[in-house]
Design a protein around this ligand. Structure first.
Ligand SMILES: C[S@@+](CC[C@H](N)C(=O)[O-])C[C@H]1O[C@@H](n2cnc3c(N)ncnc32)[C@H](O)[C@@H]1O
Length: 189
């Protein structure tokens, strides 16, 4: 998580009010949880951090969501990044109020998360893309206009660049990735 992404999480939590609830999907070692929790404490909101903590490269675990019946005011998704898990995680948004915010990490960088965003945001009727801090995208629960959909499409060149960089890194062509502005051994996020 970059500093800008931490700031975006912090600001989203600071927009909440006393008694509000944040649900975080995917806590891992707790970096985002700490940012959300620190900001939530200043406004009297609560973070509920969900993670099955299953070992293994691809993560994964059982679901909590089907039995969930509490309202929430902010949803942060950074769980398993395949299309099916991500689009399933988006279903937590049924508990958000109209206009509620959803933050998604690794959006327009992970292929699974981006395909899910194309299906549910670009071609869906429930989510409006607001902005992003590199791969930390912000959505709002609202009916999208044509202009909102176009702003999702406008992220596609950046997504394709990220896919190319991932391929270059796997081919051990880091100097070529550097030409594209990526000076790190890690995937872009
Ligand atoms: C990328 S890490 C999260 C990093 C964390 N947000 C941070 O900033 O430090 C992904 C986490 O999602 C968890 N995860 C996988 N499937 C999940 C699910 N169905 N629900 C919630 N968390 C899940 C994994 O166990 C893993 O710890």
């Amino acid at each position: 998580m970059t500093r800008d992404q931490g700031v975006a999480l912090w600001n989203a939590a600071r927009r909440l009010e006393k008694g509000d609830v944040i649900v975080e999907i995917g806590s891992h070692q707790g970096r985002s949880t700490i940012v959300l929790g620190s900001a939530a404490r200043t406004v009297g909101a609560t973070v509920i951090a969900v993670d099955p903590f299953v070992d293994g490269k691809l993560f994964g675990g059982t679901k909590l969501r089907p039995d969930w019946d509490r309202a929430l005011q902010l949803l942060y998704i950074d769980g398993k990044h395949d299309y099916w898990t991500y689009t399933d995680d988006l279903k937590w948004s049924v508990h958000l109020p109209e206009g509620g915010e959803i933050l998604v990490h690794d959006c327009f960088s992970s292929i699974g998360v981006t395909l899910g965003t194309i299906a549910k945001v670009l071609f869906g009727r429930r989510y409006v893309y607001v902005d992003r801090a590199t791969s930390l995208a912000r959505f709002r629960l609202a009916k999208p206009t044509a202009a909102d959909r176009l702003r999702v499409l406008a992220q596609m060149p950046w997504f394709l660049r990220n896919v190319v960089i991932k391929v270059l890194l796997r081919l051990k062509l880091r100097p070529v990735a550097r030409v594209l502005g990526h000076d790190s051994p890690y995937d872009p996020y």
